[in-house]
Design a protein around this ligand. Structure first.
Ligand code: SAM
Length: 388
C-alpha cells in the first residue's frame, strides 16, 4: 500500500470509530476486508488510527473537524506535511481536498484543546496532579513503550536480555521495577521468541510490575487477587514468592486467558466465584486492582480518554468503594488489604482510600505511592492497609 492508501484506510477506520465502533473492532473489520494489506501496512494504519485518537482535539482543530478526513488532515498539518501532496495523489489516496477543507482548521487553543484533554476533566486533572498536569497530558500524546516482566524464578534480567538480543529484540532495564525491561527495538518479534513462549518474559507495564514489587509478599502466604482480570498481577505475585494463589473477578470470563498464561509461567492458582470467597478465606493479602478510569493508561487505550464521563466516573468510584468494603472482610487479622488503580485521579486514589479509612476506623494506611506517566510507565496508584 502507498502511504496515501494507508491514510485513506485510517480515515475509513476513524469514521467507524466516530460512529460507535471500538478502534480494535474497526481495525479488525478493515483487516478482514483488506487481504492485500501486508503486516507493515496493518501496523502503519493502526499507528495512524491510535495517533489520531491520542491527539483527537489538536488534529480536529488543525484539520477542521472530527471526521476521519478532518483528523488525518490535522495529523498531516501537525507534522508539517503538505496535505495536497497526499490527498488526491494516487488512485487509492483520499480524494482531493475541497476548497472548504483547504481553508478549514485553526491553531489549537491553549489549555485542554492544545493538551488533548476533555474540557470537563481538565480541572480534576489539575487538582490531582498540580504542576505535573501539563507534563502528564503531553505524555499521553505519545505512544506507550513496550515493557516486559522478567520471571525471576526462571531467569535473570541480564540473561534474558542477552537471549532476546540473539532474537534481535533489544531491551534495556526500566528503573520502576527489578523485573522490568523496556523493548527498544524488535517488539514485533516478541511473540515468536523462545523467552516469551516459555514464560520467561511476559508483556506488562513497568508501573504495574512496581505495584506488585511493593507488596509485602512472603512464602507461604494465602493471597487473593480480587479483581484478577487477565491475571497480569496475579502471575507477577506468584513469581515473587511461593504463595497459595486464589483469583476472582466479578466477570469471570475476563479470566479466560489466565490458565494458558499460568501454564506458560508454571504457576498454579485456584479461581473462585464470588459465592466461594468467604468459605475459602481469610487471606493474608487481598489485592484489589480495581476497575477505574484508566487515566494512567490512556497512551495505550486513548479511546478511554474520550469515553469517560462524569457519571461513569461516579459509577466507578462507587464500585471501588464497594470492592474495598467487601475485600476488607476477607483479610486475616494481621493481613494486608492492597488497593491499586491505573488512574491519576485523586477521586479514585487518595480520596477513595481516605473515605475508606473514615468509614473503617480500625484500618490504617501503611503504604501509598503513585507512579507517573512522564516517568516512562503507565500512571498507577497503590496503597496498603492493615488493621490498627
Ligand atoms: C483493572 S482490571 C484488573 C486487571 C488485572 N488485575 C491485571 O493485572 O491484569 C479490573 C477488573 O476488575 C473486575 N471487576 C469489576 N467490578 C468488580 C467487582 N465488583 N468485583 C470484582 N472484580 C470486579 C473487572 O472485570 C476487571 O477485570
Amino acid at each position: 500500500m502507498t502511504p496515501a492508501a494507508r491514510v485513506q484506510a485510517a480515515i475509513e477506520v476513524l469514521d467507524q470509530v466516530r460512529s460507535g465502533k471500538s478502534a480494535e473492532q474497526a481495525l479488525t473489520g478493515w483487516g478482514r476486508r483488506s487481504r492485500y494489506a501486508g503486516s507493515k501496512d496493518r501496523a502503519a494504519v493502526r499507528d495512524h488510527v491510535f495517533d489520531a485518537l491520542r491527539c483527537r482535539r489538536t488534529y480536529a482543530a488543525l484539520g477542521g473537524g472530527e471526521t476521519g478526513r478532518g483528523l488525518m488532515l490535522g495529523a498531516l498539518r501537525a507534522s508539517g506535511e503538505d496535505p495536497d501532496a497526499l490527498f488526491g495523489s494516487t488512485p487509492h489516496a483520499p480524494s482531493p481536498l475541497s476548497e472548504q477543507e483547504r481553508g478549514a482548521g485553526h491553531k489549537p487553543l491553549e489549555g485542554p484543546e492544545e493538551l488533548d484533554m476533555p474540557d470537563w476533566l481538565w480541572p480534576s486533572i489539575i487538582d490531582s496532579l498540580g504542576d505535573q498536569a501539563t507534563a502528564y497530558a503531553r505524555s499521553l500524546k505519545t505512544r506507550a513503550p513496550v515493557h516486559l516482566r522478567v520471571n525471576l524464578r526462571k531467569v535473570t534480567r541480564e540473561a534474558v536480555q542477552a537471549e532476546l538480543a540473539r532474537d534481535s529484540i533489544l531491551t534495556q532495564p526500566h528503573p520502576a521495577a527489578d523485573t522490568a525491561l523496556q523493548i527498544i527495538e524488535g517488539a514485533r518479534r516478541l511473540r515468536q521468541s523462545r523467552a516469551y513462549l516459555d514464560g520467561r518474559v511476559e508483556l506488562q507495564d513497568a508501573a504495574s510490575q512496581a505495584v506488585v514489587q511493593a507488596l509485602p509478599l512472603r512464602d507461604g502466604m494465602r493471597v487473593l487477587d480480587y479483581c484478577a482480570g487477565g491475571g497480569g498481577k496475579a502471575l507477577a505475585m506468584a513469581a515473587r514468592a511461593s504463595v497459595t494463589l486464589f483469583t476472582h473477578d466479578a466477570a469471570s470470563q475476563r479470566m479466560r486467558d489466565l490458565p494458558v498464561r499460568a501454564e506458560r509461567a508454571g504457576v498454579r492458582f485456584q479461581a473462585l466465584q464470588t459465592a466461594d470467597l468467604e468459605r475459602n478465606g481469610p487471606f493474608d493479602l487481598v489485592l484489589c486492582d480495581v476497575p477505574c478510569s484508566g487515566s494512567g493508561a490512556w497512551r495505550r487505550s486513548p479511546e478511554g480518554k474520550w469515553l469517560l464521563s462524569p457519571s461513569r466516573l461516579r459509577e466507578l468510584s462507587a464500585v471501588q468503594s464497594e470492592i474495598l468494603a467487601h475485600a476488607a472482610e476477607l483479610v486475616t487479622e494481621e493481613g494486608v488489604l492492597a488497593y491499586a488503580t491505573c488512574s491519576v485521579l485523586s477521586q479514585e486514589n487518595s480520596a477513595q482510600i481516605g473515605e475508606f479509612l473514615v468509614q473503617n476506623r480500625q484500618w490504617r494506611a501503611v503504604f501509598s505511592r503513585a507512579w507517573m506517566v512522564p516517568d516512562g510507565s503507565d500512571g498507577f496508584f497503590s496503597a496498603h492497609l492493615t488493621r490498627i
